[in-house]
Design a protein around this ligand. Structure first.
Ligand code: HEM
Length: 407
């Protein structure tokens, strides 16, 4: 297991690479491929044209015509990632099609079999996850140019115009901005190991600055993602089949399992970045039971295994929080609290975003359609199927309670 791969003393960039963490793009896949070996062209062609095929009513027919392909020729990790992303997009489009009540409960074997085989190889579930649609779904227009919205694009999108691009790319840019804080983890752990208060304090202050910058990047979502399109279109294609009344038993993966399986939909809750900072700072989101702890733990099962292992590794390291507490040094405590406060601020901002992009459009719709409170309550379930407002508030409360001020 990866948590035994290294001791904190040895931690350096060379070692973090074992956890599939890249020095420049962090948890994102560096330079995702855009093409697969020729025999898989039909997958890529369908995945690239989802909005058009859905609009013309051809999507399901085209998927059903696909030949059953073995995954044996997807030998490289990057090819497997692209295969998982393409089949994930096709699966979501096949199940939800026009995002109305005409839902498919069976995924045909020609797609289900290679998809489940690839999922097993990568240690991911057979549904579109954050690691697919955000971490592996991007390219630079000018390869030598910067990682900015203007110089980037996504590889695959769903109906809803530029909404997919805005949501996936802003998520990626928040992720890479926050990664500047993760980059210094080796320095933090070494400082704790060496009882080097000065270095720890300065590094924690740097981390807090990086997180404040990530929050600024988050604000860009309002310029690129329209709330009505997100709520009424994109969100529906990211929905899963766990706790979803439209697929109460889940999805039957024909030719793979005899019973339908339930999986949560794609959500940035599956990002490792916030969980990684919680783990480093000793913010115990996964302990004590309750829906929020269960949610955070469950989201780990949707992460690439190497990233999940990195979280366990961080949890096994000497505690930064305990070191700061034990020193009883006001400046050090303040530096630690600035990091925690920056995380609280990110989570508060996120709650505001959720209000704008889910709660407000849901209320608007229920007023227009005069739908009852039961349906509104159902709409309060995220793409991951959780009662998300309570969960998100509980996660933020746990973060706030971790401040050391006055302790
Ligand atoms: C339109 C924009 C967004 C909406 C509507 C949204 C909505 C949600 C919802 C409903 C959840 C609860 C889990 C679920 O049911 O899926 C969630 C969780 C989460 N989201 Fe977002 N989200 C958005 C953008 C982002 C972005 C850009 C990030 C950062 C990359 C992010 C990071 C997280 C995290 C880390 C969680 C887990 C809870 C936590 O650790 O605080 N979200 N989001």
């Amino acid at each position: 297991m990866a948590q035994n791969r290294t001791s904190p003393m040895e931690i350096s960039w060379e070692i973090l690479k074992q956890y599939h963490i890249d020095e420049d793009v962090g948890f994102a896949l560096p330079n995702p491929l855009e093409e697969l070996p020729e025999k898989y062209n039909a997958w890529i062609l369908i995945a690239k044209n989802l909005p058009e095929l859905i609009k013309t009513g051809q999507l399901r027919e085209e998927v059903e015509k696909l030949p059953m392909l073995s995954i044996d020729d997807l030998k490289e990790y990057e090819q497997q990632c692209l295969g998982h992303l393409a089949l994930g997009c096709i699966t979501m489009a096949y199940v939800w099609n026009r995002a109305d009540d005409d839902v498919r409960k069976v995924l045909p074997s020609n797609i289900a079999v290679p998809y489940c085989e690839l999922s097993e190889k990568l240690g991911l579930p057979p549904i579109l996850v954050y690691a697919d649609c955000v971490l592996a779904n991007w390219k630079k227009k000018d390869p030598r140019g910067p990682m900015t919205y203007e110089n980037m694009d996504i590889l695959f999108s769903f109906p809803g115009g530029d909404c997919s691009k805005g949501f996936f790319l802003v998520s990626l840019l928040v992720e890479t901005a926050a990664f500047s804080a993760v980059k210094v983890i080796p320095t933090v752990l070494q400082a704790v190991q060496r009882q080097d208060k000065e270095t720890l304090q300065n590094t924690l202050l740097d981390m807090a600055n990086c997180l404040r910058n990530a929050r600024k990047v988050f604000e860009e979502i309002h310029g690129y993602v329209d709330p009505d399109l997100f709520y009424n279109v994109l969100r529906k294609y990211l929905s899963g089949w766990k706790g979803n009344p439209k697929l109460p038993n889940g999805l039957l993966y024909e030719g793979v399992w005899d019973d339908p399986k339930q999986f949560a939909g794609g959500s940035a809750g599956q990002s490792s970045i916030f969980q990684c900072l919680d783990a480093l700072l000793g913010i115990e989101q996964t302990t004590g039971g309750g829906p929020a702890a269960e949610f955070i733990k469950e989201m780990r099962t949707y992460m690439p295994p190497a990233h999940k292992d990195f979280l366990y590794f961080l949890e096994s390291c000497p505690s930064v929080r305990e070191f700061v507490r034990s020193r009883d040094d006001a400046d050090l405590k303040e530096a630690y609290d600035k990091c925690v406060q920056a995380l609280v601020s990110l989570r508060s901002y996120h709650l505001g975003v959720v209000k704008t992009y889910v709660l407000d459009p849901a209320k608007k719709q229920s007023r227009e359609e005069e739908t009852g409170s039961e349906q509104l309550e159902q709409e309060h379930r995220g793409t991951g199927g959780t009662d998300f407002m309570n969960v998100l508030k509980a996660v933020r409360t746990k973060t706030t309670q971790s401040l050391l001020k006055d302790r």
